[in-house]
Design a protein around this ligand. Structure first.
Ligand code: ADP
Ligand code: GLC
Length: 482
């Protein structure tokens, strides 16, 4: 079958988080199963820097806006892992410093940017090949589902083409002022609570949820959670209405990229059988963070994360004065909201021997933390899937997590240390502290700790199984529409 992916992120060209990893890897896994897959991605400035001379595939698609047209080009991103990549080029919308906005806020014309992207993908497929199914990701591409079932309704080529929408994070929905309906040439009668409207805004993700043929999200647990008021962010009712078409499929991970036996970014290679290299990675990590005289008895706790409320940094900050009394050092890599950048940097200044923070996006340092830490900390308030805890398992870096979403589905704590990590349920910092104390106690028993590391390293979260699950969803929606 022919599947067209549309996404605002995709490794190795454009990444702020796990969405990019998923859209970078799942298509390749589908291609391995014998399917044909294309991926469409905006030609951001960062993409243009990496692929400056991408060949022009379609020189000009006309995308109408009120009282003017925009013209998008389709560029050839090349074939990677058997998957054709296309870039949607519209310099006035995508040749910008960042993907979504600046530290002072999102770009005001984001609905126009991702509206154009969605329309360009639809128009491009009419020339390059109409897929058997569209697979669109998050609010940025959700409009494809809305458009196909509204303003494209009478286009005969799309009548039988279903859309699968994957919700990677229901916390980001794309809320825009009502006049956006006109900007995107959408009929006003769709601006109702049962369709696109939510609290007097146009909600892109809601539109996708209403109009997609099937919905998926990135863990079984999160599929349940988003149907509750605690996690649905106002979309719980519409999600409950569609629960028969909502599937939780746990993300896989790309072991070509994240594997201590082959990782080109780390100081030494190691496996579950031969763990010696991990010691070298630990030394290299401590050196990279300027920490000296850390003995083998001191636990190295790592964090790699977007700095966002979702990720539970408030919990870490709240327990910091207590945590530093333990025999541990904490190394944090992340960037994002200025509030957390400042608070965490303050913590590092207060406890320079114990806490180090690097405020930046750096893939190499991310790999060094996975390999060189003893524990990986992820106390998320909510976590649709979470990839870092799964990477950590492969690197023998024991995860300490809050039991929510994909963290709940992947990390298992057993009373006698039989699991693969440590987790806490409460929505408070002291439950996190308790979990860390349990982890630090277990760490003192080297044999038990090594057994736990090896259990995690032996687990397989590759894309093979989830790719089959997606194929079943595609088959179902294709059949329902034929
Ligand atoms: P989310 O998508 O919510 O940010 P995930 O755990 O699914 O969370 O994925 C995060 C991905 O982004 C991982 O691949 C992680 O290594 C990467 N990442 C996050 N922050 C940084 C950073 N500051 N530098 C490098 N990589 C980062
Ligand atoms: C989102 C979620 C994260 C998930 C990722 C990939 O950014 O926050 O939990 O792993 O998407 O699906």
């Amino acid at each position: 079958m022919y599947i067209v992916f549309a996404s605002s992120e995709c490794t190795p060209w454009a990444k702020t988080g796990g969405l990019a990893d998923v859209v970078g890897a799942l298509p390749e896994a589908l291609a391995k199963l014998g399917h044909t897959v294309s991926v469409f991605l905006p030609y951001y400035r960062q993409v243009a820097k990496l692929v400056p001379d991408a060949a022009v595939v379609l020189p000009s698609l006309t995308i109408p806006f009120p009282s003017y047209n925009r013209f998008a080009r389709i560029l050839d991103g090349g074939v990677k892992g058997g998957v054709q990549h296309y870039f949607v080029d519209s310099p006035e919308l995508f040749d910008r410093e960042s993907f979504y906005g600046t530290p002072s806020g999102d770009y005001a014309d984001n609905p126009e940017r991702f509206g154009l992207f969605s329309k360009a993908v639809i128009e491009a497929t009419k020339v390059l090949g109409v897929p058997d199914v569209f697979h669109v990701h998050d609010w940025q591409a959700a409009m494809i589902a809305v458009l196909l079932r509204s303003t494209y309704f009478f286009d005969p080529v799309f009548r039988r083409v279903p859309v699968v929408l994957t919700i990677h994070n229901a916390g980001y929905q794309g809320w825009f002022p009502p006049r956006t309906m006109e900007t995107l040439l959408l009929p006003w009668d769709m601006f109702t609570f049962t369709k696109l409207e939510q609290n007097d805004t146009l909600n892109f993700l809601k539109g996708g949820i209403v109009y997609a043929d099937a919905l998926t999200t990135v863990s079984r647990r999160y599929a349940e959670e988003i149907q509750t008021s605690e996690f649905g962010n106002g979309l719980e009712d519409v999600l409950r209405q569609r629960s028969g078409d909502l599937f939780g499929i746990l993300n896989g991970v790309d072991y070509d990229e994240w594997n201590p036996a082959t990782d080109s970014h780390i100081a030494a290679h190691y496996t579950a059988e031969k763990l010696e290299g991990k010691k070298e990675c630990r030394r290299d990590l401590l050196h990279a963070f300027g920490l000296q005289a850390v003995t083998d008895e001191t636990a190295v706790i790592g964090v790699v994360s977007r700095f966002a409320t979702q990720k539970g940094f408030d919990f870490i900050i709240e327990i910091m004065d207590r945590l530093v009394q333990e025999d541990m050092v904490l190394v944090i890599l992340g960037n994002g909201e200025e509030y957390y950048e400042r608070l965490l940097s303050d913590m590092a200044a207060r406890y320079p021997d114990k806490v180090r923070v690097q405020v930046k996006y750096d893939n190499v340092v991310a790999h060094k933390i996975e390999a060189g830490s003893d524990m990986f900390l992820m106390p998320s308030r909510y976590e649709p899937c979470g990839l870092n805890q799964i990477y950590s398992l492969k690197y023998g870096t024991v995860p300490v997590v809050r039991a929510t979403g994909g963290l709940e589905d992947t990390i298992d704590e057993q009373p006698l240390g039989g699991g693969n990590g440590f987790k806490f349920w409460g929505y408070n910092a002291w439950d996190l502290m308790d979990a860390l104390v349990r982890a630090l106690e277990t760490f003192k028993n080297k044999d038990e700790w090594t057994r736990m590391m090896r259990r995690g390293m032996a687990q397989d979260f590759s894309w093979d199984k989830p790719a089959h699950e997606y194929v079943r969803v595609y088959e179902r929606v294709i059949q329902n529409r034929s």
